[in-house]
Design a protein around this ligand. Structure first.
Ligand code: ZN
Length: 252
């Protein structure tokens, strides 16, 4: 991802690890009912974990270093912000960037709407307008799936912030989630087409792998609170946005 280096997909992926992502995650703060809620840490650090949860996937060439992870997070946020600012401007609206990106390491370190965020999670919290993610978990997923996963993850959570700004709210979480996947695909596809992002070999496969891993359990009812969609539905939504841009995402 980006023009910097030609990273390859590290290959095998721990589905169980990544499946936790968006499962508990987005349901926490996808749309908000209660008042503003600040993360407890007023000055979140982007310091990486000293202990990696998946040392077996660490490679010696340094291309999956915590430094690189932090750079990718920063790039993903910058590119998403620029993308959405341009979209809003084009439709004559003012864009307000998401207020903060908050990495955390412990359960309960950050709360959203009075609910402590669990480990192994990433979330957009509408109460407080911030994205929070478990940095240890995200680094592990970055190492297992590849850098494209970071761009997808941030794009998906960012999309929830855009949904709030646009006043979009569905009756079922699955609709909200599949739209966020579509919007993440659109921001990435459009950024590649505009030359803001350059894909490396394997990046598209990384998106596929990541999406397969974050699909709901096949026996989860689609209407259940917290449903995000099956791996197939999520992959379809993402690539529809990726290929056809925002027109495919029913933003209204
Ligand atoms: Zn979500």
């Amino acid at each position: 991802m980006t023009a910097r280096s030609g990273r390859q997909s590290p290959g095998s992926l721990a589905a169980a690890l990544v499946a936790l992502v968006v499962a508990a995650g987005c349901a926490v703060g996808g749309v908000g009912e209660s008042g503003p809620q600040e993360p407890r840490d007023p000055a979140p650090r982007q310091s990486g974990p000293a202990t990696s949860p998946s040392p077996q996937t660490t490679r010696a060439d340094g291309t999956t270093s915590v430094e690189e992870f932090k750079t990718d997070i920063g790039d993903a946020v910058d590119i998403a912000e620029r993308y959405w600012a341009a979209q809003f401007k084009a439709s004559g609206q003012q864009f307000r960037p998401i207020r903060r990106i908050v990495p955390y390491q412990r359960e309960g370190e950050v709360a959203c709407g009075g609910q402590a965020l669990p480990r192994n999670n990433a979330v957009y919290c509408s109460q407080g307008d911030f994205i929070a993610y478990d940095v240890n978990w995200a680094v592990a997923a970055f190492r297992q799936v590849g850098d494209a996963f970071v761009f997808y993850l941030l794009g998906h959570e960012h999309a929830h912030g855009i949904q709030v700004r646009l006043g979009i709210r569905y009756s079922f979480t699955i609709q909200q989630e599949l739209q966020a996947d579509c919007m993440a695909g659109a921001y990435l596809g459009d950024s590649v087409r505009s030359g803001t992002l350059t894909l490396d070999t394997g990046d598209l496969d990384e998106f596929r792998e990541g999406l397969l891993a974050v699909g709901d359990d096949p026996d989860q009812p689609w209407f259940a609170e917290g449903s995000h969609g099956t791996a197939e539905q999520r992959t379809d939504s993402f690539f529809r946005g990726y290929e056809k841009s925002l027109d495919a995402c029913d933003l209204g």
